[in-house]
Design a protein around this ligand. Structure first.
Ligand SMILES: *[C@@H]1O[C@H](CO)[C@@H](O)[C@H](O)[C@H]1NC(C)=O
Ligand SMILES: *[C@@H]1O[C@H](CO)[C@@H](O)[C@H](O)[C@H]1NC(C)=O
Ligand SMILES: *[C@@H]1O[C@H](CO)[C@@H](O)[C@H](O)[C@H]1NC(C)=O
Length: 694
């Protein structure tokens, strides 16, 4: 259509040059022009001496009229195309403006920004009309086309660039033609498509792309319609497609349709053969569904396919394609009725077609680990908060550690719950989850909790080293206000790290685990590297402190207290778990951050589920639950609650026993000091040793 435009313009120029000047504007030869109206009918046509092709095109550019009144174009016999364009004064097209034009095949009304009204029945009885274009006008409601009654097949309707067109009303296209219609409705201001909008129409191709405000296609929009064979909703804001009426869609285009987070029920798409979508997980869902879809014996798509193929040369279905498919998949020859499905974008490295927990053992592990982490840390927090002993710096820090680890536990629990709910069909829900608030919250918890845990661990280690170093000068030890300000700074840093992906530096919605794995921009890459360096340097600080503590307590001249040594011993275990947690993840993460991924996302889940939470699970036990002070607090809490009297008395007995053990231990410590320190690095065996000693 458009390629032939220069061809049309040439006779138009001739027409304009040879016309009589009735008013300020130029009047075509076959019309009579008056100051406020124009008449082109069988009478004016007959009086003009047009020869050849000239009379077939009626070109009206730069009209100075405000209205195209009733019967302006009537009973013309030879005219096949009417073009109205570049007319900024035109405001209204009246009823029967285009009436009884038996040889007219094209009407084009373009670039008339003031045109706000096209009255009902403006287009009346145009049996040969094949093309109607109303583009770049100011119309505020959908033009009425009910009385066109074209007898042509392959009707093309262009309604484009009408920015003030708010909606497609019910029965909008009824009466255009009984045959198939191609509807190019792009770039309009359309916000919604009402129920029954396409009632009574056979839609060949429906292009709604670039209607950026289009949010809603009501569920009954296609009720009463046949087709469409091709549906294009690219670059629209629609949140979902209607669940009915898409049975004959062969080709679905929804690129850059970022709000379309969920596909309609797949069994309603049973003719689909090509899909060009926004999200690759939708392709996962479609392709996996395609392998077992039932195909009806007499599908209506065959009919649509025939009518639609010759029209659309821009489409990718060709014999060659199908031949190709059969070549690659010879088994398709046996079941010709099942069509192949082409879908883009395909799964990428970040979104493999799999459930959140890619392996079933991970599904079990993630529940176990998350519940362990949550109960452990909750217990610690509960006991610490209910404890009546004076709040000291170590316990203050432990509280923060337990809170940070609790965040990790909650993160894992969220992942576990979503995994359970979407088990087996995650790809259908992937985008809703990954772009939703749940994933952002989970991602925030994981980064915030992880970093706060690392920060608190380093602070605890530094504090222990500082205390041991200044064992004699009590006044130089860390006081609570100093600890509080250190932790406040930590909270700020960690909140910032957790919040950055929420504000666009990297993002949590790249992978199903909701971790910030997006390294597309240099800023995101820098963020990930900074986070990893933060972790690695925290780990190094912990190691160095531990070595210093070890050297300090080894020094026989150094005045030392047995509790400090004990904590140092425990720290060996802590460093070991810390290393186990940090090393593999940091190694692979740093390689990935420099865009040399050494591990797939699927395999990284094993690391993330099994190694990342090691600290969160182990910390409450290593730092609190296994300590004497904690058991004392727990015992107090139990007895205070009364209802646990029996258990509490058991704990009481245990506590007494362990106190005795510790007393005798500290007695033997004086002598067996050297021997004991040798076992510092192996705490489990060390405990045994202690037991043996008593
Ligand atoms: C113009 O067309 C109308 C309707 O077809 C007809 O009644 C009328 O006689 C025609 N006039 C001329 C001059 O052909
Ligand atoms: C329509 O136009 C064609 C070609 O110009 C002409 O042969 C034919 O007679 C016209 N039809 C009518 C009804 O005037
Ligand atoms: C749909 O169109 C038919 C005519 O084709 C009409 O009778 C019916 O009322 C329309 N339905 C609605 C809901 O408008």
């Amino acid at each position: 259509m458009w390629t032939s435009l220069p061809f049309f313009l040439f006779p138009a120029v001739l027409l304009l040059c040879g016309c009589k000047c009735a008013s300020a504007s130029l009047c075509p030869e076959i019309c009579w022009c008056f100051s406020s109206t124009i008449k082109c009918n069988n009478v004016t046509e007959r009086s003009a001496q047009t020869i050849g092709d000239k009379g077939k095109r009626l070109v009206l550019y730069h009209l100075t009229l405000r209205t195209i009144s009733s019967h302006s174009f009537e009973n013309l016999r030879r005219v096949q195309r009417i073009e109205i364009a570049q007319s900024i004064t035109l405001e209204n097209i009246e009823t029967l403006a285009f009436n009884n034009l038996l040889n007219l095949s094209e009407i084009s009304i373009q670039n008339t920004r003031s045109l706000t009204h096209i009255d009902r029945g403006s287009f009346n009885n145009l049996p040969k009309l094949r093309y109607l274009s109303i583009s770049n006008t100011g119309i505020t409601f959908f033009p009425d086309m009910m009385s066109i009654n074209s007898l042509e097949s392959d009707f093309i309707l262009d309604i484009c660039d009408n920015l003030y067109l708010p909606e497609i009303p019910p029965n909008a296209f009824i009466g255009i033609t009984r045959e198939y219609v191609t509807m190019n409705l792009y770039n309009n201001g359309i916000r919604e498509i009402r129920d029954h909008a396409f009632n009574g129409t056979k839609i060949d191709k429906l292009v709604l792309k670039n209607n950026r405000n289009l949010r809603v296609i009501h569920s009954e929009a296609f009720r009463g319609a046949t087709g469409p064979g091709v549906l294009d909703v690219s670059a629209t804001a629609i949140g979902k497609l209607p669940s009915q009426g898409l049975e004959s869609v062969l080709v679905l285009l929804a690129q850059s349709a970022h709000s379309l987070k969920r596909l309609p029920p797949l069994q309603g798409l049973w003719s689909l053969r090509e899909a060009y979508l926004t999200y690759n997980s939708h392709c996962c869902a479609l392709l996996s569904w395609n392998t077992h879809r039932d195909f009806p014996i007499n599908p209506p798509w065959k009919f649509v396919l025939i009518t639609y193929l010759p029209l659309n040369d821009d489409l990718l279905i060709t014999d060659e394609d199908f031949g190709d498919v059969n070549f690659h998949y010879p088994e398709l020859d046996l079941c010709q009725t099942r069509p192949s499905l082409l879908c883009t974008p395909e799964a990428d490295a970040f979104n493999p077609c799999e459930d959140i927990a890619g392996f079933s053992f991970l599904r079990v592990a993630i529940w176990f680990i998350s519940i362990l982490a949550i109960t452990g840390n909750l217990t610690v927090l509960l006991v610490f908060f209910s404890s009546r002993t004076k709040l000291m710096v170590p316990r203050f820090l432990m509280c923060h550690l337990a809170f940070a680890d609790l965040c990790i536990g909650i993160y894992l629990l969220m992942i576990a719950i979503v995994d359970l709910r979407t088990c087996g069909h995650y790809s259908q829900h992937a985008i809703e989850w990954q772009t939703g608030p749940g994933c952002s919250a989970a991602g925030f918890l994981s980064v915030f909790g992880g970093e706060l845990s690392v920060y608190t661990l380093s602070t605890i280690t530094l504090e222990r080293w500082h205390t041991i170093n200044n064992a004699l000068q009590v006044e130089r030890r860390l006081c609570l206000t100093q600890a509080a300000s250190i932790m406040a700074a930590g909270w700020l840093v960690c909140l910032g790290m957790g919040a950055l992906p929420l504000v666009g530096v990297s993002s949590y919605n790249k992978v199903s685990m909701c971790l910030p794995m997006d390294i597309e921009t240099p800023l995101a890459q820098a963020f990930i590297i900074v986070v990893l360096l933060f972790n690695v340097s925290a780990f190094l600080i912990v190691c160095v402190c531990y070595v210093l503590i070890y050297l300090a307590v080894r020094n026989p001249e150094f005045p030392r207290r047995s509790t400090d040594t004990k904590i140092a011993k425990r720290m060996a275990v802590l460093i070991f778990t810390d290393f186990l947690c940090m090393a593999p993840i940091s190694f692979f993460a740093i390689s990935a951050a420099f865009k040399i991924p050494l591990i797939t996302v699927t395999n990284s889940k094993i690391l993330l589920v099994l190694f990342f939470p090691i600290n969160s699970c182990a910390n409450p036990f290593l730092y609190a639950i296994f300590t004497k002070a904690f058991r004392k607090d727990a015992y107090q809490l139990m007895s205070a609650m009364g209802c646990f009297k029996k258990k509490a008395s058991v704990y009481h007995m245990k506590a007494c026993c362990s106190e005795n053990v510790i007393k005798s231990n500290s007695g033997s410590n004086r002598k067996g000091n050297r021997k004991k320190l040798r076992w510092v690095a192996f705490p489990q065996r060390n405990t045994k040793e202690e037991g043996d000693q008593t």
